[in-house]
Design a protein around this ligand. Structure first.
Ligand code: PEP
Length: 261
């Protein structure tokens, strides 16, 4: 049974003090939840708040720390970049790569996503690899082709073991930050297609171990239905991760869908 993941992508939001206060609030509001039944919870603040948030989280005991991006080279003359060992040094364990906003505004490509995923795995961290189609691509009937192409390119050259440990987030671009969620059976269908594509480039066993999340306007009111689907293993959450009540509502909804409690 795959352990669900609920990851909060805070994007370009919150000062250090605001980040501390949000994570403290999340900690308090999840304190009484059964740790065995709780999904893996990851928060991904901006780079400048990572260390302060790390100091508050008890690493490995409930809430994990994630970064929103990284560079694939460990060190050198790459002004402005942050490397995987540097993130590992401050207890980051997950790194989002290939978010559609990075693809759209910062020139991220499947090739750079693949380089970053390799670097992340080589240092023992876990990549959350984002993929998904635009509205135009969906309307042109190209969703399956786009997603399959991205997944194959993003995972190129990874071992079966590395693939099994990696996380993919299926995020239809038209559902991100728009309030429009992809309906659950359709999200599940695309996620199943992603799992079959992963099996094609690795093994069925690796594909069945890999956790594949849905992302796109997830809220406390949508998560239970999403988590009742066969192949959705959790969520990458943007807007609703910026408030403790809504984020914890998503964590609780995940537990309810999986355990009935
Ligand atoms: C995201 O940024 O990954 C995301 C899914 O955002 P939102 O939940 O706000 O749609």
């Amino acid at each position: 049974m795959r352990k669900p993941i609920i990851a909060g992508n805070w994007k370009l939001n919150k000062t250090i003090d605001e980040s501390i206060s949000l994570v403290e609030d999340i900690k308090v509001k999840t304190m009484d939840l059964n740790r065995e039944q709780m999904p893996t919870v990851v928060v991904c603040p901006v780079f400048t708040a990572l260390k302060s948030v790390a100091n508050i989280l008890e690493h490995g005991k409930g809430i994990d720390l994630g970064a929103q991006d990284c560079y694939h080279v460990d060190s050198g003359a790459y002004t402005g970049e942050v490397s995987v060992p540097m993130l590992k040094d401050i207890c980051v364990s997950y790194i989002i790569v290939g978010h559609s906003e990075r693809r759209q505004y910062f020139g991220e490509t499947d090739e750079t996503v693949n380089q970053k995923a390799k670097a992340i795995l080589s240092h023992g961290l876990i990549p959350i690899i984002c993929c998904g189609e635009s509205l135009e691509q969906r309307e042109a009937g190209k969703t399956d082709e786009i997603v399959k192409t991205q997944v194959k390119a993003d995972l190129k050259g990874l071992s079966n073991e590395e693939i099994a440990k990696s996380v993919i987030a299926y995020e239809p671009i038209w559902a991100i930050g728009t309030g429009k969620t992809c309906d659950s059976p359709e999200a599940n269908r695309v996620i199943k297609l992603i799992r079959d594509t992963v099996a094609e480039v690795s093994t069925r066993e690796a594909a069945d171990k890999m956790r594949i999340l849905y992302g796109g306007s997830v809220k406390a009111s949508t998560i239970e239905e999403q988590m009742s689907m066969s192949d959705i293993d959790g969520a990458l959450v943007g807007g609703a991760s910026l408030e403790a009540d809504s984020f914890v509502g998503i964590i609780k909804g995940t537990m309810l869908a999986r355990t009935g409690k």
